[in-house]
Design a protein around this ligand. Sequence first.
Ligand SMILES: Cc1ncc(COP(=O)(O)O)c(C=O)c1O
Length: 389
Amino acid sequence: MNRPLLNRRLAGLGTTIFAEMSELAVATGSVNLGQGFPDTDGPAEIARAAADAILAGRGNQYPPGAGIPQLREAISEHQRRFYDLAVDPDGEVLVTAGATEAIAAALLALVEPGDEVIAFEPYYDSYAACIAMAGGVRVPVTLRAPGFRPDLDELRAAFTSRTRLILLNSPHNPTGSVFTRAELTAIAELACAHDLLVISDEVYEHMVFTGDHVPVASLPGMRERTVSISSAAKTFSFTGWKIGWVTGTREIVSAVRTVKQFLTYVSGGPFQYAIAQALALPDEYYRSIGANLAVKRDLMCDGLAAAGFDVYRPDGTYFIMTDIRPFGEVSGLEFCRKLPYEAGVVAIPSVVFYDNSEAGQSQVRFAFCKKEEVLAEALARLAGMRPSG
Ligand SMILES: Cc1ncc(COP(=O)(O)O)c(C=O)c1O
């Protein structure tokens, strides 16, 4: 067979860095602050609800394609409770196999081959792959250190007659930037002026330390053009359950659902019952997410700065972007490949999140969704490193 096996749209996008770093972590006994998943499960009562659902025979056979009514109602109630957004559980909510499937299904549904998709880089790695699968052309607009704020002039310059949509992610992985209401309003005005759709990935909506999370769908003119995406993975610390969702107008949800039908058809039945219960947890639970993470953020930011990194303190998410130039290093990739051997810690070279690799060359991302003692151990190991200058 002399033809490459992988569809050429995807060639070069299957980044193996996460697998490489996880393998390095195991091989070297390193503290793994690479991939973003917590080392503590979510609430025991919610885990029990999933187990009960399985044993009681709820959701063990194909659940409804759009998601079970209880979960769709809970998602609708969540949007009302936190953002005063009205979404009809019957037709304006779709349950997906995590936010990952929601992103894929939305892009496959809405993007025609040749359409341009504007996304702020660095970006979550599935964006590039899903735009490619849809035959779209990605047009990156770079968020630059230290603030990683959206540059509206650069955004304006990115529009062409082929622009189909803007893909937003706030709170933003991997920079931890939280777009302000003013920034989102400016982006929304441009989307309206150019008659564009917006896909808004809000999986870190409850992980904000400074400012507030503003769903772009709540801004004037945006409800009818926004595909809002979120997930139970981060909010409830059950990343393995893969329960996500899309909210939007009936037309948007129906388009995305058509693709979902042929990707997975339905998503994890018993978990849907448990997440319906989780979404109704009291305010105290939601407050505790940010409060607990803020302590870890401060611990990590201070420790990384003391170890010699340039640290960009995040306003949200559970990631910290750093720069390694104070160590006399310029390649985050080489640095991350050495770090497990030299310090016993694994991080991710942020260059993998960029198209414009110049911008991210010397950046390294650390995840801090780990137990405090694990973070303290990582910091103790990193403290032995010293900047060159
Ligand atoms: C920005 C962003 N979107 C989506 C996802 C995926 O969410 P899920 O696990 O629900 O598929 C992640 C996971 O890391 C993420 O960081």
